[in-house]
Each structure stands twice: as C-alpha cells, then as structure tokens.
Write a protein that binds this ligand. Structure first.
Ligand SMILES: [Zn+2]
Ligand SMILES: [Zn+2]
Ligand SMILES: [Zn+2]
Length: 136
C-alpha cells in the first residue's frame, strides 16, 4: 500500500483545502498558495485596478477607479478626470439647458422656479406644473 505522505495545503485567502496549488504573483504580496477560485478572483481584481484610461477631455491617463463617469444629462461618453468632471459640472450648471428636476433638455420653453419652491435653476413645463400643484 502506498502512503500518501503529502501535507494538505490550504488556500491563503479562503482557507479551503486545495489539491492543486496556485502560486500568487509576487506583486500581490500574498504569502502562500491559492485555490483556483481565489487565484482567478485576484487576477481579475488586479487587472481591473491596473487598467488605465484617458480622460476624454484633457487626455490625462489615470487608473479607472480614479476616473469619473459623466452625468447622463451631459450626453457624453468616456471617462473624466476629477478636474474635468468638476469643470464640466460647473459649465453645465451655468448653461442650465436642462430642467433642474427631471433633467430633460429644454426646447424653446423653460420656466423659472418660484423662489419659495427651493429649486435652483429652471424647469420644464411638466415639472413646473407639478411643482405648482404641490407647492402652490
Ligand atoms: Zn481560496
Ligand atoms: Zn481631464
Ligand atoms: Zn422637468
């Protein structure tokens, strides 16, 4: 009878007993073997962290978690760095081309909110009417 004299190994992350050890990459700073699941998760995580994209406005390259998604009202695609996001938002508020409540783009008509409504900016007809009905 053959004796299996191998010590069982355990995944460093989830502590599951593993038959096939995956060696973590050196840059992960993990001491010890990983199971297949944790190894793949880690790979994926590191990949996401490592992806860089350019800000669509100024072209600066940053890691994706440091970039901002544009607001949907801006009708823009891509990602923004913090600086460009802030600038864009300011510019957007200045233009006030969109209803402050529902975000619809104005055509020819826009309505000033009454000061007692505590709404800043201008409103589309529908929202103005709704506010008027609610707040008078
Ligand atoms: Zn594991
Ligand atoms: Zn930028
Ligand atoms: Zn509206």
């Amino acid at each position: 009878m053959k004796l299996l004299n191998r010590k069982p190994s355990f995944c460093t992350i989830c502590k599951k007993q593993i038959s096939h050890k995956h060696k973590p990459k050196r840059e992960w700073a993990i001491e010890g073997p990983l199971c297949a699941d944790c190894y793949l998760n880690k790979m994926h995580e590191q990949y996401e962290i490592g992806i860089k994209q350019k800000c669509v406005v100024c072209g600066i390259e940053k890691k994706v978690p440091d970039l901002w998604e544009p607001r949907w009202q801006w009708e823009m695609k891509g990602l923004f760095c913090k600086k460009c996001f802030d600038e864009k938002e300011q510019e957007f508020h200045k233009l006030q081309d969109y209803c402050s409540i529902c975000g619809v783009k104005f055509g020819f008509l826009r309505y000033n909110a009454k000061s007692k409504w505590k709404v800043t900016g201008q409103l589309c007809k529908d929202c103005w009417n709704t506010q008027k009905a609610k707040e008078g």
